[in-house]
Ligand binder design. Structure first.
Ligand SMILES: Nc1ncnc2c1ncn2[C@@H]1O[C@H](COP(=O)(O)OP(=O)(O)OP(=O)(O)O)[C@@H](O)[C@H]1O
Length: 152
């Protein structure tokens, strides 16, 4: 996979969907130059979420986190492009919106850590694991003419 094909899993959490932020969040990633490789509104099962957040299973907030993530649909999507994981996390902002830098999604749209609007993969390995978990092998590559004016 070339550097320009790096992928990240991004999700607008149920609070973001309910607040009508799906379009705005997608728009920011598209405007930055990322290719949207997959896009789906998903009602995640407890099993899917337990796997997705397996490293947090022992945290005291885990049951609350699962309930939050099941309180409505999640807008799940995959972005592809140079630096997708690192830039994706930077665009989301710090996990706790109280610490997120202005201009990031969480700073612009959230106040509480337990309602922080969006998720983004934290490493290339997590991204591949999360993409497989949420989308299976349904992703199909496609070419974009605009890539010739985004990449040098
Ligand atoms: N102390 C907490 N209280 C309530 N919810 C929390 C707390 N810490 C984390 N969370 C929730 O669990 C999610 C996952 O936490 P994690 O530490 O993996 O942060 P993250 O990787 O920045 O977030 P995400 O995986 O959603 O992108 C957070 O986004 C937040 O919704």
């Amino acid at each position: 996979m070339s550097a320009n094909e790096e992928r990240s899993f991004i999700a607008v959490k149920p609070d973001g969907v309910e607040r009508g932020l799906v379009g705005e969040i997608l728009r920011r990633f598209e405007a930055r130059g990322f290719k949207i490789l997959a896009l789906q509104l998903i009602h995640p099962s407890k099993e899917l979420l337990s796997e997705h957040y397996e490293d947090l299973a022992n945290k005291p907030f885990f049951p609350k986190l699962l309930a939050y993530m099941q309180s409505g649909p999640v807008a799940a999507f995959v972005i592809q492009g140079k630096g997708a994981v690192k830039i994706g996390r930077a665009m989301l902002g710090a996990t706790n919106p109280q610490d997120s830098a202005p201009g990031t999604i969480r700073a612009d749209f959230a106040l509480d850590i337990g309602k922080n609007v969006c998720h983004g993969s934290d490493s290339v390995e997590s991204a591949e694991r999360e993409i497989a978990l949420w989308f299976g092998d349904s992703l199909k590559p496609y070419a974009r003419a605009v890539d010739t004016v985004i990449y040098e």
